[in-house]
Ligand binder design. Structure first.
Ligand SMILES: Cc1ncc(COP(=O)(O)O)c(C=O)c1O
Length: 427
């Protein structure tokens, strides 16, 4: 059989078509496309509710105070090895602190903590996306799951990541648009038909895009279902501390699954983009929880993860993880970080309240209480695709076509304008 180049047409000037001329375009990533359109818009009162990044009350990015302090300390330390390679696994002290944050080992009695820690294999990743991707690759190559169950709707990149892994994707109905909350019944019913060894994607807190989370009782039933059906839970943890301002609360589901008896085995993709404001630094970790405590199993697991990372990008970058390690390894800085988390989550909570109050004041038709009940950066505000298109063309307010808005794009100066725009398009 000839190669692709043999079959390419030769143009009149004798130049052969590009080897890549048969590539078809891929779908654009919606949040980045919406952000691009917002930037191009010259309207002075335009509002960006599309992209999932934190913004201050004047609409600016916010380098966390504690991050700036850690950066200064790192700079002043002038460590000559600061630009050296990390190990393939990454920065081990960073990983120890990162896994403590997820699983709460530092709050347990020492013997218990040691036993629990030996159930977790951790590796540094290129942020949360990289952790999702690496986990997908690990599971696909080694466990060959029949399919992956993704919530409908979900963070769009889950689809891309598992498509690239070559695993069939099936959806479970996550959102009940009538009650504007998590569809537990639909989820439970659908996942009851899943097969042993299927992977289930679970958002640990502050579900993106809906902001609707399961209750503790529902999480408990989901853990039991995963155990009885032999499913492999895969937690995506992108908003710990950012969602509620409380690290324990946001990790509750993961810790419940960890302590479930009989033991569950699962993955956690951890991101530090939102809770440290280190979006561009790409800081994250993948934690794989095993049921057995076996040095051999852990070593083999780690070597497989390292093998995948080495062939992909050798090791994660170190700039951002050093900042996180510096903060988490110092009690004073950690306290300041908690304050920064409260600053961000509280501002988001206040903006939810302000939007809700304004819609009530305008007597906008509909029930808007879900804006207060949902949690985290995002809310499914409840506009149809047509209304989203109208609010963009008429009022220059940008959001995803599903009606997902990023609450952090709201502030005291624009919230009334946004409420008025919503009021206009729903009437
Ligand atoms: C649900 C979810 N998972 C993972 C991520 C990954 O983000 P990052 O790769 O910046 O850590 C995001 C970011 O928006 C997210 O919302």
């Amino acid at each position: 059989m000839g190669s692709i180049s043999d079959t390419l047409a030769i143009k009149e000037n004798g130049v052969r078509d590009s080897l890549f001329s048969r590539l078809s375009p891929t779908p654009a990533d919606e949040p980045f496309a919406v952000n691009g359109a917002y930037i191009q818009d010259t309207y002075p009162d335009k509002v960006n509710l599309g992209i999932g990044v934190y913004r201050t009350s004047d609409g600016s990015p916010w380098p966390l105070r504690v991050v700036e302090e850690a950066e200064k300390q790192l700079y002043q330390a002038s460590d000559v090895s600061r630009h050296e390679y990390l190990t393939i696994q990454g920065d081990r002290e960073f990983l120890r602190l990162a896994s403590n944050l997820v699983f709460g080992f530092d709050q347990e009695k020492q013997a218990q903590a040691e036993e629990n820690k030996s159930r977790v294999v951790s590796i540094q990743t290129v942020s949360g996306t990289g952790a999702n991707r690496l986990g997908a690759e690990l599971l696909t190559r080694n466990l060959r799951p029949g399919c992956v169950w993704v919530p409908d709707p979900t963070w769009a990149n889950h689809h891309t990541i598992w498509e690239l892994a070559g695993v069939e994707r099936k959806s479970y109905p996550y959102y009940d648009s009538a009650t504007k909350s998590f569809d537990f019944e639909g989820t439970f019913r659908t996942l009851s038909s899943a097969n042993t060894n299927d992977v289930v994607i679970l958002h640990a807190c502050a579900h993106n895009p809906t902001g609707a989370d399961p209750t503790k009782e529902q999480w408990k039933m989901l853990a039991e279902l995963c155990k009885t059906k032999g499913l492999i839970p895969f937690f995506d943890l992108a908003y710990q501390g950012f969602a509620s301002g409380n690290l324990e609360q946001d990790a509750w589901a993961i810790r419940y699954f960890f302590n479930y008896n009989p033991r569950l085995e699962f993955c956690v993709a951890q991101s530090f983009s939102k809770n440290f404001g280190l979006y561009g630094q790409r800081v994250g970790a993948l934690h794989v929880v095993t049921s057995t405590i076996s040095e051999e199993v852990s070593q083999n697991l780690l070597s497989n993860l390292c093998h995948l990372v080495r062939g992909e990008y050798s090791m994660a970058p170190r700039g951002g993880s050093e900042i996180v390690r510096t903060v988490l390894g110092n009690e004073t800085l950690k306290e300041k970080w908690y304050e920064d988390l409260v600053t961000m989550s509280e501002r988001i909570r206040q903006m939810r309240q302000a939007l809700f109050d304004e819609l009530i004041r305008l007597q906008t038709p509909g029930d808007w209480t879900h804006i207060l009940k949902q949690i985290g950066m995002f809310t499914y505000v409840g506009l149809s695709e047509e209304q989203v298109s109208k609010i963009r063309s008429k009022h220059h307010i940008y959001m995803l076509k599903s009606g997902r808005i990023s609450i952090s794009g709201l502030n005291e100066s624009n919230v009334k304008y946004v409420a008025k725009g919503i009021d206009d398009v729903v009437r």
